[in-house]
Ligand binder design. Structure first.
Ligand code: ADP
Length: 210
């Protein structure tokens, strides 16, 4: 019988370094499942969530490509809590199903599930995980990184951060923390240490099942 793999959920605020860290785990041969990427695919043209999104919001939320106009949807969800809940009610169960399937298919010693809103989203369908890995850095660093990589203003970055749990809340829910306020070499070393730990934990868990 197939057993479910050991799952590490990687979370952190915008610009904290999740994608950068995922690349490092992937370099160790670890399969990474990206919640945002699944959401993007499901809300693109032909995606599984599109009929539900059109039923909930009307075809006015589509862009010229026939997929979800993500910028318009983001604006609406930010301004209107009920709209955000409707969006989550459509998307989260479908994301959950696809994530579970990707986890079940994974063949690496453990799986890294990259999930920005692990502690924020409350609607159902969230896969279980064994360990929450939080990436932490100070807020000014976060803001500077996001402004550098995108066209967002400082106020826009702050507005996104206001919809995410605080640094303190996130750290309180962490099983492991990577502090990403140094250079990339320091980050790589932290990932290597954690990778070895997760391998050991995954082996322990599979031995417990025997
Ligand atoms: P997230 O996925 O959490 O939003 P990213 O991994 O995309 O964050 O990182 C945000 C930006 O900061 C990216 O442009 C990335 O290259 C850069 N970055 C992340 N960590 C570091 C670091 N330790 N040193 C320098 N730049 C970094």
């Amino acid at each position: 019988m197939a057993t479910s793999p050991y799952v590490v959920a990687l979370t952190g605020g915008i610009g904290s370094g999740k994608s950068t860290i995922a690349i490092e785990f992937a370099a160790h041969g670890i399969e990474c499942i990206d919640a945002d990427e699944i959401a993007r695919r499901q809300s693109a043209k032909g995606g599984a969530a599109l009929p539900g999104l059109i039923a909930a919001f009307g075809s006015g939320i589509l862009d010229a490509s026939g997929g979800l106009d993500r910028a318009a949807m983001r604006k609406l969800a930010f301004a209107d809590d009920a709209a955000r809940r409707r969006l989550e009610a459509v998307l989260h169960p479908l994301i959950g199903i696809e994530t579970e399937a990707a986890i079940a298919r994974a063949r690496s010693p453990y799986v890294l599930w990259v999930v920005p809103l692990l502690f924020e989203a409350r609607s159902g369908g969230k896969p279980r995980y064994d360990r929450a890995l939080v990436v932490d850095c100070d807020e000014e660093t976060q803001i500077a990184r996001v402004m550098k990589r995108s066209a967002l203003s400082r106020d826009e970055v702050l507005a996104i951060m206001a919809h995410q749990v605080t640094r303190k809340e996130r750290l309180a829910l962490a099983d492991e923390v990577i502090v990403n306020d140094g250079d990339l070499e320091a980050l790589k070393a932290a990932v290597t240490r954690l990778h070895e730990k997760f391998i050991a934990l995954a082996i322990d868990k599979s031995n417990e099942r025997l």
